[in-house]
Write a protein that binds this ligand. Structure first.
Ligand code: 1CP
Length: 363
């Protein structure tokens, strides 16, 4: 198996190979695809028995650092569902671990940071990320690109991802998952200089992490600002948007499409688009037709309620049809759930949903 050199790879620029003609990359560029492309946030993971089997006895972060395992886990949902894009298997806190931050991902909990970051000295102690910190990411992306080239009519694009500065900062400041992000916002309001230093540090790390994935062949990127919905638009604009914009601008220089997503982010959608997104991800609470009016002619991604997989299949598919119909008002629409796959999801429901979306007539 040969892996293309970084400068030979297809990053979704028109005219550069079959992958650019895939439904996902066509939709993302605002061109008419053959069908509405579909993939699912958190499509790899605990909903799949084959994932549980390969992860047995191996920690989450350890898995993320093993290129063979990352390749296998990333491919599992592509094989099972035939989705239109793969998403790199990793985690938003992986780059922090790679530069030496003492953290773990605890089963059933999520990321836990040993010494939460609260002062300027804490921020300055975090090293910048270089490609040498994450050779296993480069190796895994390269092996995935080679495998994905042979899946689907035009090959299957790989989406790289990173956490946006606010969402990553929340884990670093709180020390773990949080509902209200109270300490994080206390730092933001109470020590804006420390806040800006922390956000700039994370922005550099996230941008570098995305650059590594794109250099190795990822066709698009998604910046996850999952918890940005905890902010008012004013606070988002002052304290968060400039830092996310820096990440997106750096990736924009590489010429790959950029998706920007947050949960409960209806009121933030215009700003999340203006931050430098080509595609705005819409969470399930936000009506898709309204969201399309908010994002200034941008392509949208979303936004079926992830709990609909627990409804009767005909209800699931009826709601999916409504999402596809609403998506027609945008220059392009990538079908997705409005947040990640819930671990107790029956994979057969996602298989039916994928088939339905891909077969839905667009004309
Ligand atoms: O042992 C396990 O299986 C741990 C569960 C798990 C998995 C499968 C975690 C811990 N992370 C992941 C992988 C992951 N994380 C992916 C790749 C898989 C895919 O999409 O197919 C991605 C894109 C993420 C991104 C991520 N991690 C986000 C943003 C997306 C979102 O869901 O909003 C966030 C917020 C995290 C933090 C995190 N990591 C893990 C958990 C359980 C959490 C959330 C904790 C919390 O509620 O605060």
């Amino acid at each position: 198996m040969t892996t293309p050199r970084a400068d030979e790879q297809d990053h979704g620029t028109p005219g550069r190979g079959a992958l650019t003609q895939s439904a996902f990359l066509r939709a993302v560029r605002g061109e008419k695809p053959s069908h509405t492309p579909v993939w699912f946030m958190r499509q790899a993971g605990r909903a799949l028995p084959e994932y549980l089997a390969v992860r047995e006895g191996i920690g989450m972060l350890e898995s993320c650092m093993d290129p063979d395992l990352v390749t296998e886990i990333t491919l599992q949902p592509v094989r099972r569902y035939g989705v239109d894009a793969a998403i790199f298997f990793s985690d938003i806190v992986l780059p922090l671990k790679a530069v030496g931050v003492d953290l773990d991902i605890k089963p059933g909990v999520g990321p836990v940071v040993a010494q939460p970051v609260r002062t300027l000295a804490d921020v300055e102690a975090i090293p910048d990320l270089t490609p040498e910190h994450v050779p296993f990411v480069t190796a895994a992306v390269r092996s995935l690109i080679a495998e994905l080239a042979g899946i689907g009519e035009h090959g299957t694009p790989l989406i790289g991802f990173a956490g946006a500065p606010f969402t990553v900062a929340s884990y670093l400041v709180e020390g773990g998952p949080s509902k209200d992000h109270a300490r994080t916002k206390a730092l933001m309001y109470g020590a804006p200089d420390v806040w800006d230093a922390l956000m700039a540090k994370i922005a550099d790390i996230s941008a570098a992490f995305l650059e590594v994935q794109v250099a190795a062949g990822a066709s698009a990127v998604q910046l996850f600002d999952s918890w940005a919905g905890a902010l008012t638009p004013q606070d988002y604009e002052r304290f968060v948007m400039p830092h996310s914009a820096r990440v997106l601008a750096r990736v924009g220089e590489l010429g790959v499409p950029r998706i920007h997503f947050g949960v409960n982010s209806g009121f933030l959608l215009p700003l999340m688009g203006e931050a430098g997104a080509d595609v705005v991800g819409v969470d399930w609470r936000t009506p898709l037709d309204w969201a399309i009016g908010q994002v200034g002619g941008r392509v949208v991604q979303g936004n079926l309620d992830p709990t609909l997989v627990f409804a009767p299949t005909e209800v699931l598919l009826e709601r999916a049809a409504q999402v596809i119909e609403a998506g027609r008002a945008a220059p392009g629409h990538v079908f997705n759930l409005g947040h990640g796959v819930i671990p107790s999801t029956d994979p057969d429901q996602l298989a039916r949903l994928t088939e339905f979306v891909q077969a839905y007539p667009l004309d």
